[in-house]
Design a protein around this ligand. Structure first.
Ligand code: KG4
Ligand code: ZN
Length: 351
């Protein structure tokens, strides 16, 4: 059996991602990343302060064809070389997903290849197996996925068959919280990198902001769930009070204290999950992983707890098509049946 060439399409949010992966054909073999092309419509959303679904869908429609051509060229292959097509079917923005699904179906039919519909969140986990410098992924592992669209804690016993959702955000995603607090502070969108920059000069212990859902009374039901909207409100109220008192707002201290609250609750819950399930491995993914404070705190506290942290390269952590191709590569290696053409976009698809 030869190694299949897989083209992955990701359009669940504002990134049009096309990835090309040479899949493994034998146990012990690695999947090889050949190209990973990303076109983002982030700039178009900036003036609205968040991703506008209709704008994202239109941008995918325009970006897909050139992105596919570029990904194929960068991989040094041609479209007829492609053996399988993979696409994100959810969760995500329905209209945005539909554009990618339509393109994937058309491509698979015209090339006469099988088509694999995959879950975006599990795709984020699959990004890990494309890191050539990392040892093979071991099971079970706890995965913390944090981006502008999701905040999920998962127990991964098997990438292709057994991924359990332990908890997720009840309101805003972690990245969304960064974006909203940045807006409150008068910083531009996307706010994550802006808050990060401002926080560098601030004192993380200056203000004790609330850690959502971390109180004992919340534990039983929402032990691994997250809530960031209360934190956002707390920041807004704190600033209002300062302004009402005619005092200047210490932007750097607010940014650093806010970031610390988010990082603390994310890392605490992820390591609690590791401890409770006896899992000495934690995988991080999603665009918020760009936050160095989050990475540093996770690594330091994990080490103290005897947990190994895995962080794929950032280009594989943010939304991309390569992770979608990688997950399909695993499904193919296990001989799974491809999807039929009937599937559609499922904006709330669960793992
Ligand atoms: O995964 P991603 O690129 O896109 C989607 O959400 O789909 O994540 C983008 C999110 C945005 O909310 C952005 O503000 C946040 O990740 N982000 C950060 C940082 N860089 C990006 N949040 C905190 N610190 C950062 N350095
Ligand atoms: Zn994502």
């Amino acid at each position: 059996q030869s190694n299949p060439l897989i083209l992955g399409i990701e359009t669940s949010c504002d990134e049009t991602g096309i990835g090309i992966v040479r899949g493994r054909s034998a146990p012990g073999e690695r999947n090889i990343l050949l190209s990973n092309t990303i076109a983002s419509s982030m700039d178009e959303h900036a003036r609205y302060g968040g991703v506008v679904p209709e704008v994202a869908a239109r941008a995918h429609l325009e970006a897909l064809q050139p992105a596919i051509e570029r990904a194929v060229a960068e991989a040094g292959v041609t479209l007829p070389d492609v053996d399988a097509v993979a696409v994100t079917s959810g969760p995500g923005l329905a209209g945005a997903l539909m554009v990618g699904i339509g393109a994937a179906k058309a491509l698979a039919v015209s090339l006469g290849t099988p088509l694999y519909a995959v879950n975006h969140l599990v795709g984020h986990i699959a990004a890990d197996i494309l890191d050539p410098d990392a040892p093979p992924l071991e099971y079970p592992t706890v995965a913390l996925l944090v981006s502008g669209g999701h905040t999920s804690l998962l127990l991964v016993r098997d990438l292709t068959g057994d991924v359990e959702l332990l908890g997720e955000t009840m309101d805003d995603a972690a990245g969304e919280a960064f974006d909203k607090v940045a807006r409150i502070l008068g910083l531009p969108y996307p706010g994550g990198p802006e808050i990060d920059r401002a926080a560098a000069e601030g004192d993380p212990t200056a203000i004790r902001f609330p850690r959502g859902l971390s109180r004992a009374s919340d534990m039983a039901k929402h032990r691994y769930d997250f809530s960031f909207s209360g934190l956002k409100t707390a920041v807004a109220r704190w600033i209002e009070q300062r302004e009402a008192a005619g005092e200047p707002v210490p932007v750097a201290d607010v940014a650093a204290s806010f970031r610390e609250a988010v990082v603390d609750v994310l890392v605490t819950k992820a390591l609690d999950a590791c401890a409770q399930h006896g899992v000495p491995r934690l995988l991080l993914g999603g665009g918020v992983i760009a936050n160095k404070r989050l990475r540093d705190v996770a690594i330091a506290r994990a080490e103290a707890a005897g947990v190994t942290v895995r962080i794929p390269p950032l280009s594989l952590c943010t939304d991309n098509g390569a992770m979608i191709a990688a997950l399909a590569a695993e499904l193919i290696a296990e001989g799974r049946t491809p999807s039929t053409l009937e599937f559609g976009a499922d904006s709330t698809l669960s793992v």
